[in-house]
Write a protein that binds this ligand. Structure first.
Ligand SMILES: Cc1cc2nc3c(=O)[nH]c(=O)nc-3n(C[C@H](O)[C@H](O)[C@H](O)COP(=O)(O)O)c2cc1C
Ligand code: SF4
Ligand code: SF4
Length: 280
């Protein structure tokens, strides 16, 4: 049996989970690599992940895995593969999201190698009201890469490979002769099982201002297809909006705003820098 490739999968409306996932992947140094961006891909078809190390990153919403992320990640089907769950949160807390992602990946057939929680700029962060603005920053990404390197070392050690092959060799393969679940153990991670429960949330969506000129960019990048164009302007189906703020952050003219009292509360209470946490 062998592992000979890297898979980087993420759900990432505002791109912080993507940045962390890619950099953890870099730390593994495996050159045969594939990427699955599950953010706007609304297909239901299964994605086979075979003979791989798979980094899976997703944002934390309300201390849990973002619900759309959970649905999209459930498309991954593992065959002889290990997973590295990574929860990315906006400097408040990740609560049960990491263990939820760990359990989801286990249920999809992965052997979970290790896990981590990293900080990304909060979806609600605004100019003048920053919450973890600009994160993951250089220091976070350095730690993400180091985590990937440590995880690779842990994997080769647990597979009993005394001299791991050079990571970027064309014929790179880690070979071993027992099922992965017998060789690789999952370390304890922070979070509660059963997971916390959330009350119903109030439907809300960004407001479109006069600056909108109907370019359609936000229509394509909305993860849930909540945006359409009408009379040369974008409009939002509030029932589909997940408040991810991808449209707010990427509109070229700043025509969309998401106004919530949480922004000021988070800015005031969660400005102290939190650091990445890794579980190897
Ligand atoms: C609806 C919603 C709920 C959120 N809940 C939390 C939370 O409970 N704790 C936290 O620290 N950040 C929370 N965040 C912030 C995101 O986890 C954070 O911005 C993350 O970096 C976004 O990932 P992405 O860039 O991959 O979309 C929330 C964001 C949204 C939109
Ligand atoms: S990206 Fe901005 S300008 Fe373009 S359609 Fe959306 S809201 Fe309008
Ligand atoms: S409309 Fe809602 S779900 Fe769509 S990108 Fe904007 S905030 Fe996200």
């Amino acid at each position: 049996m062998k592992i000979d490739r890297l898979c980087v999968a993420y759900y990432s409306p505002t791109h912080t989970s993507r940045a962390v996932a890619r950099t953890v992947g870099d730390g593994f140094g495996i050159s045969r690599r594939e990427e699955h961006d599950l953010t706007t891909d609304r297909s239901d078809s299964p994605i086979l992940v075979k003979d791989s190390v798979c980094i899976v990153a997703a944002p934390v919403y309300g201390g849990l895995l973002a619900p759309v992320a959970a649905r999209r990640i459930a498309r991954l089907r593992a065959e002889n593969s290990v997973a590295v769950p990574v929860a990315v949160y906006g400097n408040r807390d990740y609560e049960d999201a990491l263990v939820q992602l760990r359990d989801l990946l286990h249920g999809q057939g992965f052997t979970v190698l290790c896990g981590a929680a990293f900080v990304g700029e909060h979806s609600y962060s605004r100019p003048g009201m920053p919450i973890a603005e600009g994160r993951p920053d250089t220091q976070d990404l350095r730690e993400a890469e180091a985590f990937g390197r440590q995880a690779y070392a842990s994997l080769t050690r647990q597979l009993g490979i005394a001299t791991p092959p050079p990571a970027d060799a064309r014929d790179f393969a880690l070979t071993y002769d027992a099922p992965l679940e017998q060789l690789v153990s999952t370390p304890p991670m922070k979070g509660n099982v059963p997971y916390k429960t959330l009350g119903p949330s109030t439907p809300q969506a960004p407001v479109v201002g006069d600056l909108c000129y109907g370019c359609g960019e936000c229509v394509d990048l909305c993860p849930t297809g909540a945006i359409s164009l009408q009379d040369g302007r974008s409009t939002t189906d509030i029932t589909r909006c997940t408040k991810c703020c991808a449209c707010v952050k990427s509109c070229p003219v700043g025509a969309r705003t998401f106004d919530t009292p949480y922004t000021a509360m988070l800015h005031e209470r969660f400005s102290a820098r939190r650091e990445p946490e890794t579980f190897i």
